[in-house]
Ligand binder design. Structure first.
Ligand SMILES: Cc1cc2nc3c(=O)[nH]c(=O)nc-3n(C[C@H](O)[C@H](O)[C@H](O)COP(=O)(O)OP(=O)(O)OC[C@H]3O[C@@H](n4cnc5c(N)ncnc54)[C@H](O)[C@@H]3O)c2cc1C
Length: 461
C-alpha cells in the first residue's frame, strides 16, 4: 500500500492533475489487450525526462514498483502493475521533436502515436515502415520497447531495424543516451537494441531517434481469393521462395472472412476458405511488373479471383477488411486470445493445418490471421474466460501450437512479446545460459527489481 507521504512526493513532481488515484482511473489502467486485471495504486503522466528521472529517484529511494505504459495495447499484461505500485504513462510526452529531411531521421517523444507520426513524415515524402495492426493507438515508446512488427515486416523488417538511438531513464533515475543520428554507429555495446524488445523491464524511454526511408512512389494492393486454404498458404511460400518481396502479405481464413462480413458488409465471398492481401510498392514501372508477377503466382497456385486496386482509394478499401479483422472477430465470443507463434515461411501451410487439427481435437474455436509473408501466425482463440473447462482446453491448444512452432524451428513470439501470457514457455526456447545472461542484464540495469516486477523473466525463473 502506497504511503501517503511518498505519494505526495510523486504529486509534487508532476502536479495533482497529472497524478490519478480515483477508483475509476485505477480500473481504467488495470487492463491492456490481454485478459488479466491488475490494479495500480496511482498513475503518473510525466511531460519531461527530468520529471521521469525525479520519479525514478523517489521510487528507488522508497523501493516503489514502477511500470511504464504507452497506450496499453500490449497483448500480455506487459504494461500492467502486476505487483501493485505506480504506472508511469507516457501519453503526455507526445511531441515530434525533429524530422531531419537531409539525414533522414526523426527524434520523437515516446507517447507519439505511430500512425500520427507516419502521417507527419509522409507529408515530407518520407516513410516510417513499422506498421502494427494497432498503429492508430499504439505509441512509438511502446512499439520500441516491444520491438513491434506489423503488416510491412516481410519487406521492411520491424521496429528494431529503424531504431538509431534512445534517451532513457534508468531505474536509479540516471539519464542515459544510446546510439547516434549517423547512419552507421558501432561505438561500444548496442544498448539501443538491448532496450528494444525489453518489455519495460530495463529502462524508461524518454526520447527515440528513428531512421526514415524515402516514401515509395506508388503502391498497388491485390486481393486474391481461394477455395482452399492450402493453395493460399502455398502461394505465400512460392512467392517468398521466388525472391519476390511484396511490401505486405497477409492471410485471413474463412472464420475471419465471415466475421468481417457480419461486421462491416464489405462484399467478401462467404464461400471462400482464405483471402490473401498483398501490397507491392516502389517505382511505378517496378510496381506494375511486380503486381503482374505476384498476380500470376496467385492464379497458378489456385486463386479463383484476383482484384488489383487501381488507385490509392481502392488500396485503402481493400485494406479496410484487414484492419477491421481483430475488432470483427472479437465480437464473436466474450474473450479473444491472440496467439503469435511464428514458423519459417515454408511451414506456413502445415502450421495452419496443424492449428485446425489442434482446434478440433481440443474443441476450441480458432480463427487464423497471419502476417503470412514472414510466417507470423496469429491464431485467434475465441472463448469465454469465465468458463474454466473451456479455458483449460484453450491452454492445452496454446501449448500444442507453441510445441509445433518450436519443433519446426519457429519461435514463441514473432512480434507481440512474451509478457505473462507466454512466460511459462520461455524455457522451451531459451537455454539456461541465455536465461541467466538475461537475468544478469536485468540485475545490472535494475538491482532493486523495481521496474516492471512480475514480468516474463521472473515468471520464467
Ligand atoms: C488489435 C491489435 C493489433 C495489434 N497488432 C500488432 C502488430 O501487428 N504487430 C505488433 O508487433 N504488435 C501488435 N499489437 C500489440 C501492441 O499493440 C504493440 O506491442 C504496441 O507496440 C504496444 O504499444 P503501446 O503504446 O500500446 O504500449 P503498451 O502496451 O502500453 O506497453 C507495451 C510495453 O512497453 C512498455 N513501455 C511503454 N512505453 C514505455 C516507455 N516510454 N518506456 C519504457 N517502457 C515502455 C510497457 O511497460 C510494456 O512493457 C496489436 C495489439 C492489438 C490490440
Amino acid at each position: 500500500m502506497l504511503n501517503p507521504d511518498v505519494l505526495q512526493k510523486f504529486v509534487s513532481i508532476v502536479g495533482p492533475e497529472r497524478c490519478k488515484t480515483s477508483k475509476e482511473d485505477l480500473l481504467t489502467y488495470a487492463y491492456d489487450a490481454y485478459v488479466k486485471e491488475y490494479l495500480p495504486e496511482a498513475i503518473l503522466f510525466p511531460k519531461t525526462a527530468p520529471e521521469v528521472s525525479q520519479i525514478m529517484k523517489v521510487a528507488s529511494a522508497h523501493h516503489i514498483f514502477i511500470t511504464p505504459r504507452g497506450s496499453g495495447s500490449g497483448l500480455g499484461s506487459e504494461s500492467l502493475a502486476k505487483q501493485g505500485g505506480i504506472i508511469v504513462c507516457f501519453t503526455m510526452m507526445n511531441r515530434i521533436l525533429e524530422i531531419n529531411t537531409s539525414n533522414r531521421y526523426a527524434i520523437v517523444e515516446p507517447g507519439v502515436v505511430i500512425s500520427e507520426f507516419q502521417k507527419a513524415v509522409e507529408k515530407l515524402n518520407l516513410f516510417y515502415p513499422p506498421d502494427p495492426g494497432s498503429a492508430t493507438v499504439a505509441t512509438l515508446g511502446g512499439s520500441v520497447v516491444m520491438n513491434a512488427g506489423g503488416m510491412r515486416g516481410v519487406k521492411y523488417g520491424v521496429t528494431r531495424d529503424y531504431l538509431m538511438g534512445l534517451e532513457v531513464v534508468l531505474p536509479s533515475g540516471e539519464v542515459m543516451e544510446t546510439g547516434a543520428t549517423t547512419a552507421k554507429d558501432v561505438t561500444g555495446y548496442d544498448l539501443t537494441r538491448l532496450i528494444c524488445g525489453s518489455e519495460g523491464t530495463l529502462a524508461l524511454v524518454t526520447k527515440i531517434i528513428v531512421r526514415l526511408l524515402p516514401k515509395p512512389k506508388t503502391k498497388r494492393t491485390l486481393q486474391a481469393i481461394y477455395n482452399r486454404m492450402e493453395d493460399a498458404g502455398n502461394t505465400v511460400a512460392k512467392i517468398i521462395e521466388a525472391g519476390l518481396i511484396p511490401a505486405t502479405l497477409e492471410l485471413m481464413d474463412k472464420t475471419i472472412i465471415k466475421a468481417l462480413e457480419d461486421f462491416a458488409h464489405l462484399g467478401l465471398p462467404l464461400d471462400a476458405e482464405a483471402i490473401l492481401l498483398l501490397d507491392v510498392d516502389g517505382d511505378p514501372e517496378v510496381v506494375e511488373k511486380q503486381a503482374a508477377l505476384v498476380g500470376e503466382f496467385c492464379r497458378n497456385q489456385g486463386a479463383r479471383d484476383i482484384r488489383v486496386s487501381q488507385s490509392e482509394k481502392e488500396n485503402e478499401q481493400l485494406w479496410v477488411a484487414r484492419r477491421s479483422a481483430f475488432g470483427a472477430v472479437a465480437r464473436m465470443r466474450p474473450t479473444c486470445v491472440i496467439e503469435d507463434a511464428t514458423v519459417p515461411v515454408s511451414y506456413l501451410t502445415s502450421a495452419i493445418k496443424r492449428i485446425m487439427e489442434i482446434a478440433e481435437r481440443n474443441r476450441v474455436q480458432i480463427a487464423v490471421l497471419a502476417h503470412a509473408g514472414d510466417g507470423n501466425l496469429h491464431p485467434l482463440i475465441l472463448c469465454d474466460e469465465r468458463d474454466k473447462d473451456e479455458m483449460a482446453r484453450v491452454d492445452k491448444a496454446m501449448d500444442e501450437i507453441v510445441d509445433y512452432a518450436l519443433s519446426v524451428g519457429g519461435t514463441l513470439s514473432g512480434e507481440h512479446g512474451i509478457g505473462i501470457a507466454k512466460a511459462k514457455y520461455l524455457r522451451k526456447q531459451l537455454s539456461e545460459t541465455s536465461l541467466k545472461m538475461m537475468q544478469a542484464v536485468k540485475k545490472t540495469f535494475d538491482p532493486q527489481g523495481i521496474l516492471n516486477p512480475g514480468s516474463f523473466l521472473e515468471r520464467a525463473a
